[in-house]
Design a protein around this ligand. Structure first.
Ligand code: URA
Length: 211
């Protein structure tokens, strides 16, 4: 498992506005989209490509195309949905699958409540979108699920990660072909497993509190 914390002034600036409790939902959604596009640029560095012959107005030349099957993007519902637009802007030909996961707020265990993914992911490169890597439970289950279907490698794009969650993932996925791309590794988790300093509940900040 590899971890990449993206160090860029644009990322740091957008993240600062996201963290601010006074930032309203519409601005929060817009900034999340922009931030994900910046993270996606780094996260797609190893995307598989092949040479392709094309004709410019001037001559024939060899360019670059994604190999088939194209990458699969998997937002984790609900908060990962707020990251989808930022990712597909950069990789419009990617296929999109969905994984609905929630954590039991008492046991903090991740449960899968919905799934819409190809049955066979053999050889597929998968990009998972989940804004908050807190305890790591949700991502661990998602990554295991994707490898069980045959994915060749999984890249998780997150806004924030807690050191405790990264440590937990590392101890289970050390040898796995997994990359975590994150805008910031924060200080710690609090007693309710929220990331500190964090940005609060990402789903609520994106979509408001739905009962
Ligand atoms: N999920 C969130 O939305 N925020 C956190 O701080 C931790 C998990």
């Amino acid at each position: 498992m590899r971890v990449l914390e993206v160090d860029h002034p644009l990322v740091a600036h957008k993240l600062t506005v996201l963290r601010d409790r006074n930032t309203p939902s519409p601005v929060f959604r817009q900034l999340t989209e922009e931030l994900v596009t910046l993270l996606a640029y780094e996260a797609t560095r190893e995307v598989r490509t092949e040479p392709v012959e094309i004709e410019t107005p001037v001559t024939r030349t060899v360019g670059t195309a994604f190999t088939k099957p194209t990458p699969l993007v998997v937002p984790i519902l609900r908060a990962g949905l707020g990251m989808l637009e930022g990712m597909t802007k950069l990789v419009p030909t990617a296929e999109v699958g969905f994984l609905g996961m929630a954590r039991n707020e008492e046991t903090l265990e991740a449960i899968t409540y919905a799934e819409r993914l190809p049955a066979d992911l053999t050889g597929r490169q998968v990009f998972v979108l989940d804004p908050m890597l807190a305890t790591g439970g949700t991502l661990r289950e998602a990554v295991k699920f994707l490898f069980a279907r045959g994915a060749s490698d999984v890249t998780c794009i997150c806004l924030l990660a807690a050191p405790e969650g990264l440590q937990a993932l590392q101890s289970e996925l050390a040898e796995a072909n997994v990359t975590i791309v994150v805008a910031s590794i924060d200080e710690r988790l609090n007693e309710k497993a929220y990331i500190v300093p964090g940005l609060g509940d990402a789903g609520d900040r994106l979509y408001g509190v739905a009962g």
